[in-house]
Design a protein around this ligand. Structure first.
Ligand SMILES: C[S@@+](CC[C@H](N)C(=O)[O-])C[C@H]1O[C@@H](n2cnc3c(N)ncnc32)[C@H](O)[C@@H]1O
Length: 301
């Protein structure tokens, strides 16, 4: 290890090596527009590790002892911007149309389970938003189609025999920890209206803490979307604002994996600036009032 305070120069070939390694490990592709960001983060990690060349940093990353540092580097390269109730039009489509269809279909099949996956969940706001919307959709469904039995008091968030699981996954351990903790500052609450604040949050000091029953519906776990083994049997997958950091071949591979991770007739949501257009023929677009989703088509493989 060196102790030099001189800023090491990143050569073209070192940059290529590191770019390829990051791509291979997590699918993130740094094109010319984003190389500056990559260089900046690499400089910081090099300093932190007290190494004096990027080649030695690369050697560390590919070594057995470097696994931790590799995870740290990937964390430093992710963009974690998110919010509650992000992209209202899409959420309306999910809440008012897709959940209605799913609940009705499942009820007829006497399958009372719903599994929603927020893939690339960042600090958890997307997953908690989805859980709140599922609760609302189930309550509204049973308001119009009452159950033949009285529910125990206090009424559970999810009416039995339904089981709702929201899986929230990410490649960054620090955002997963924040999601699991489930407390948010006022500046993160701007999209949460009065009604939702009252029902699902406690005010703890200056922060808003997700109430226990909602928290228990959301399960946080580490999953790298680059790997083959991803959570199966989902009814809906939200993977928003993640694919935009991947190149086209990697996007195609990910969509193919999501296809296999969805139940028949399941739905995939991608970000506002993302699309499945030209990347697959295995999904059909569902569009309503400026919200877009993609439904899995049953094709012979
Ligand atoms: C911009 S945030 C999007 C958060 C949320 N989905 C939303 O739209 O508000 C992107 C998230 O994707 C995660 N991510 C990036 N590459 C990933 C990968 N290969 N596997 C899993 N998560 C990844 C990042 O750590 C980050 O938290």
């Amino acid at each position: 290890m060196g102790t030099s305070s001189i800023t090491a120069q990143l050569t073209e070939s070192e940059l290529k090596l590191l770019q390829a390694l990051v791509y291979q490990e997590c699918g993130m592709h740094f094109d010319e527009r984003r190389t500056h960001f990559l260089q900046d983060r690499l400089q910081r990690r090099l300093k932190e590790c007290q190494l004096d060349s990027f080649y030695s940093y690369y050697r560390l990353l590919i070594s057995k002892e470097g696994k931790r540092e590799l995870a740290r580097l990937l964390e430093n390269l992710t963009v974690n911007e998110t919010s509650f109730f992000r992209n209202k039009a899409q959420l309306e489509l999910f809440h008012k149309h897709i959940l209605e269809v799913l609940i009705h279909r499942k009820q007829q099949q006497r399958d009372y389970s719903l599994r929603i996956w927020s893939a690339g969940c960042s600090t958890g706001q997307e997953a908690y938003t989805l859980a709140m919307l599922v609760i609302d959709a189930l309550s509204y469904y049973y308001l119009r189609n009452p159950l033949p039995v009285d529910l125990p008091l206090p009424k559970p968030l999810v009416p039995p025999p339904w089981r709702v699981e929201v899986l929230a996954s990410d490649i960054s351990y620090s955002v997963l920890r924040a999601g699991q903790e489930g407390t948010y500052g006022e500046n993160q609450m701007s999209m949460v209206d009065y009604g939702y604040r009252l029902r699902y949050f406690d005010k703890v000091a200056e922060r808003y803490a997700i109430k226990k029953p909602l928290k228990e519906m959301v399960h946080f776990d580490f999953h790298n979307l680059k790997t083959e083994y991803l959570p199966q049997r989902n009814d809906v997958i939200f993977c928003r604002n993640v694919m935009m950091y991947f190149d086209e071949p990697e996007q195609k591979r990910l969509i193919e994996k999501f296809y296999r991770c969805l139940n028949a007739g399941g739905y995939l949501f991608v970000g506002h600036a993302e699309s499945l257009l030209g990347l697959t023929k295995k999904f059909q677009m569902v569009h309503k009032d400026s919200g877009t989703a993609y439904q899995r088509l049953e094709v012979r493989e």
